[in-house]
Design a binder for this molecule. Structure first.
Ligand code: PLP
Length: 369
């Protein structure tokens, strides 16, 4: 069996796949409305929020765009905190819709420094909103969002969080950390196929929405809210089969319980990091901030990560991800979110060891016990 260990799409349990084979129903009918309302309510619990939450048909990037266009106007000054490719993407979306983006980039592998954010906000009073990535999937770093949130709220700015690869896997109490907008995507830790993005939206975000003039149609939250209030409808046809899948996945997640889910990801994350280091490989991330959902790894010197991944895939059926942006061709990444346990990681580590021995025999013998 293929061991898919990329940071999304992630493997889906059989019950989730089975749920997708159910016949289509009227998306304006009572049955769908009940399922959609139930999925929305259960997601709010896992987001740890009482805010509005919208399930939109699109990928995570669509959710990021929805966050931007529903809260901002062209010319609004926005601080875009970036620690990698997905932070850059958030900034680029805001730029594309005419925001006056102030980029704040940190070194790859490092988290954002809350003190630098504080200094920036103090010196630039015109900033209205802060965009930040909770878990930077391209580098395997988790920002200290609690600390960042505190700073952002010292200055009373709108906080918009890309939590696409963290929500449902890492602890992110959306209300306690005052996230005005928090975004996730079905194909990450939720064990659901791609197709849905979920966005929570606070009262403060609604106040911004009332003034926001960026062009929007498909993503308009006024529409989403009005339709949701009609017994669980969406303005446009939703990805019905993916909603079925979500409903099944949420039952599995509820059975495990959020504290156990978070603890499992912490345990697995540590196992991956320790295992990779035991093979003599170096992590990209500052280990204090290493992500429990994805690990970015430098290959041994002289080993092409593309070749390493090819051998892993073709010979061992283990599928890992490559690098993105500036890290393309330089690193490889192991996804460990969603439907994953110790046995999956043991297989990945064993196959990685065998592959390294095969393609870098001298190095591997020196470092592998
Ligand atoms: C996967 C991911 C995205 C993009 O999601 P798509 O579903 O591919 O549009 C954005 N941000 C982060 C942190 C991600 O992990």
């Amino acid at each position: 069996m293929v061991e898919l260990r990329i940071p999304g799409p992630t493997p889906c349990p059989p019950e989730v796949l089975q749920a997708m084979t159910k016949q289509m129903i009227d998306h304006r009918g009572k049955e769908f409305g009940q399922i959609f309302t139930d999925v929305t309510d259960k997601l709010k619990q896992l987001f740890q929020t009482k805010n509005d939450l919208f399930i939109l048909t699109g990928s995570g990037t669509g959710g990021m765009e929805a966050a931007v266009v529903n809260t901002l106007s062209p010319g609004d000054r926005v601080l875009a905190v970036s620690i990698g490719a997905f932070g850059d993407r958030f900034a680029n979306i805001a730029k594309a819709f005419g925001a006056d983006v102030v980029p704040l980039q940190f070194e790859l592998g490092k988290p954002a420094d809350p003190d630098v954010i504080r200094r920036t906000l103090r010196e630039d009073a015109a900033i209205k909103a802060v965009l930040v990535t909770h878990n930077e999937t391209s580098t395997g770093v988790t920002n200290d969002l609690a600390a960042i949130s505190k700073v952002v709220k010292e200055f009373d700015k709108l906080l918009m969080v890309d939590a696409i690869s963290s929500l449902g896997s890492l602890d992110l109490p959306v209300d306690e950390w005052h996230c005005d907008v928090a975004i996730s995507g079905s194909q990450k830790g939720w064990m659901v196929p791609p197709g849905l993005t979920m966005v929570s939206f606070s009262q403060e975000a609604w106040r911004a929405h009332a003034q926001a003039k960026m062009p929007r149609f498909y993503w308009d939250f006024t529409q989403a809210k009005n339709f949701l209030a009609r017994g669980g409808q969406t303005p446009w046809t939703p990805a019905v089969a993916t909603v079925y899948a979500f409903s099944a996945a949420l039952n599995i997640l509820a059975e495990e319980g959020l504290p156990n889910i978070v603890a499992r990801h912490a345990r697995i994350g540590k196992k991956v990091r320790n295992g990779v280091k035991a093979l003599g490989l170096k992590l990209l991330a500052d280990e204090k901030y290493a992500s429990n959902t994805v690990t970015a790894v430098w290959p041994p010197e002289g080993v092409d990560p593309g070749n390493l991944r090819r051998v892993l895939r073709e010979k061992h059926q283990v599928v890992l991800a490559g690098g993105q942006g500036k890290l393309d061709g330089k690193i490889f990444r192991i996804g460990h979110l969603g439907w994953v346990d110790e046995a999956n990681i043991e297989r990945v580590l064993l196959c990685l060891k065998l592959t390294l021995e095969e393609i870098a025999p001298v190095k591997a013998q020196q470092t592998v016990k």
